[in-house]
Design a protein around this ligand. Structure first.
Ligand SMILES: O=C(O)C(=O)c1ccccc1S
Ligand SMILES: [Mn+2]
Length: 261
């Protein structure tokens, strides 16, 4: 039975009736990484160094060395990333069940609100109003917060650092536990540099998305793009991180399958 379904799936994919959407930012040395208060360790930006390019260093081949943080660019957050997730089972990128890397997605469009207020916070009420239009969020779905933040091409605009830290949208401290308890969501995804808002250190608890999602063995995706190309419901997300031993996360290629518009 499953063989037929997979053959039908490939036929639909090859016909174009299923679109493949790339939700991944390009890794470059210029792509911004999260900036924590100076007393804390910082994420490495993406660095790349040519080894050879069909030359005396390697006559027939082109390759590079690169380095970055587990949390550089479009990346996956595993539960072990946050202290609340440190004792969860299978909580690192190499131990998470691989079935978790394929899941449905709901896309909640907060782009207008985020344009008007960089500190916009997604609330339970906003999600309930979304559900009135698009139906209940299915269990084990990703909730992707569309803010169009990925359209901020300049790193300074993307990080939006002021004297009191970053200012970018995210979920408030009530909606995250509500999504977990009431909708059993798979994880939370954002376009900005973190799954939490730029001013989330002032919420209670601080960084509520990390705190609750990872504390409940759920996952995060951040620095995503092209969420405006996805339908509110019906997309399927492929998000397999690198299999780093005991890794807290990793840069990855995030792809969405969506019905042809
Ligand atoms: O997961 C991340 O990359 C992230 O957003 C983060 C990382 C480390 C500390 C705080 C935060 S808020
Ligand atoms: Mn991260």
């Amino acid at each position: 039975m499953s063989q037929n379904i997979l053959a039908q799936f490939m036929a639909e994919l090859m016909s174009g009736r299923i679109r493949v959407v790339d939700l991944t930012e390009t890794l470059t040395p210029e792509f911004p990484t999260i900036v924590l208060p100076p007393e804390f360790g910082q994420a490495w930006p993406f660095r790349i160094e040519e080894i050879s390019r069909y030359d005396e260093r390697g006559p027939a081949w082109y390759w590079n060395n690169f380095s970055c943080s587990e949390h550089t660019g479009t990346h996956f957050d595993a539960p072990a990333h946050w202290v609340t997730g440190k004792d969860q089972p299978d909580n690192t990128v190499d131990t998470i069940p691989v079935e978790a890397f394929i899941a449905s997605a709901c896309v909640i469009d907060c782009s207008a609100e985020s344009r008007d207020n960089p500190d916009f916070l997604l609330t339970v009420d906003f999600v309930k109003k979304w559900e009135e239009r698009h139906g209940r969020i299915p269990a084990r779905s990703w909730v992707l917060m569309r803010t169009d933040w990925s359209k901020r091409a300049k790193p300074a605009d993307y990080l939006n650092l002021q004297e009191d830290g970053a200012h970018s949208p995210g979920p408030d401290a009530e909606v995250v536990p509500w999504l977990i308890k009431e909708r059993d969501v798979h994880g939370f995804g954002t376009e900005s540099v973190g799954t939490d808002a730029g001013q989330a250190q002032h919420l209670d608890p601080p960084y509520p998305c990390h705190y609750y999602m990872h504390g409940n063995n759920r996952y995060g995706l951040q620095c995503m793009t092209n969420l405006d190309q996805l339908p509110p419901t019906g997309a399927v997300i492929f998000s397999a991180p690198l299999k780093i031993r005991s890794g807290s996360g990793s840069p990855l290629r995030v792809l969405a399958l969506a019905p042809k518009a």
